[in-house]
Write a protein that binds this ligand. Structure first.
Ligand SMILES: *[C@@H]1O[C@H](CO)[C@@H](O)[C@H](O)[C@H]1NC(C)=O
Length: 274
């Protein structure tokens, strides 16, 4: 992790490189330095340069009007890349999608800022929702109380779930860092009715198709990139579309050099130029 951070710093110095937007995107990771400093400088005895923090949490309370779609969002920054799960009154909220990021091994060398949104369609009186972010053995959580503006709702049908609605993108990485050469998975979990179709565009704005080498869009919407290259750096965009609309979300991808030793900026520079 520490080495990845060093590479970040080196990349910041290299302001003329082709990924000129790096500076802008590094602002997505403002807590990075703090997290590192907060944990103290890594030592030989703490090889796990791991950290986890919630960077966005829902308000303490939310009012929910009957029939409305309430979205609760949590954002977590951590290394390795955190996974976010949701609980309603302490019971896990299961999503219908079985193909999800949880099923895929998370590279221990990864770092991500993940955004996870839960859509609340129905509230009876008062419910407590909790988002739980985990990264390795670390866990952080935040809770919110959702109360119905109508008090106890007499209508207990699940009709609202079946109503058609435009796509919403629920789970994405705002930023993702992993080591060059690794295979990575970028989530793009979308919801909508009918089920939205997810497509991805690469860092040059080109659609990823079946013929794209090293890349594959899974049925779940996740993008798999095998053997990450330095030239993959940049903003990747997923798009979810159904007949009612289209939503996009982008992930800033940073392929990092990792070595046992401090990476000299010159090496970074030379790999930029190749
Ligand atoms: C985007 O364009 C650059 C410059 O031509 C290239 O090096 C890079 O491989 C392209 N990205 C992808 C994912 O193909």
């Amino acid at each position: 992790m520490y080495h990845i951070v060093l590479c970040f710093a080196a990349a910041l110095v290299c302001s003329s490189c082709r990924a000129a937007s790096v500076n802008k995107h590094l602002k997505l990771l403002p807590e990075l330095e703090n997290s590192i400093e907060g944990n103290g400088l890594p030592t030989k005895h703490s090889p796990a340069r791991r950290f986890l923090s919630l960077t966005k949490r829902p308000h303490a309370t939310h009012a929910h009007a009957p029939g409305a779609l309430l979205s609760l969002t949590c954002e977590a920054l951590g290394a390795p890349a955190p996974a976010v799960r949701w609980f309603k009154n302490d019971a896990p909220v299961y999503e219908h999608d079985t193909e999800s990021i949880e099923q895929i091994d998370i590279n221990p060398t990864s770092l991500a800022r993940v955004s996870s949104t839960l859509l609340v369609t129905r509230t009876e009186d008062t419910d407590e929702y909790t988002c739980l972010a985990s990264s390795g053995k670390k866990v952080v959580r935040a809770s919110t109380i959702v109360y119905s503006t109508a008090g106890v709702t007499p209508d207990k049908t699940e009709r609202s779930k079946l109503q058609p609605f435009a796509p919403r993108i629920l789970v994405t990485y705002k930023a993702f860092v992993d080591t060059i050469g690794n295979s990575i998975v970028l989530p793009c979990k979308a919801k909508g009715h009918p089920r939205p179709r997810v497509t991805w565009k690469d860092n040059n704005g080109t659609f990823v198709t079946r013929d794209t080498k090293r890349m594959k869009v899974l049925r779940s919407g996740e993008l798999v990139i095998s053997s990450l290259l330095w030239s993959d750096m940049g903003e990747w965009t997923c798009q979810a579309a159904n007949i009612f609309g289209t939503k996009t979300a982008s992930t800033f991808l940073y392929p990092a050099l990792v070595s046992r030793m401090k990476q000299p900026a010159t090496e970074i520079q030379s790999s930029v130029n190749t």
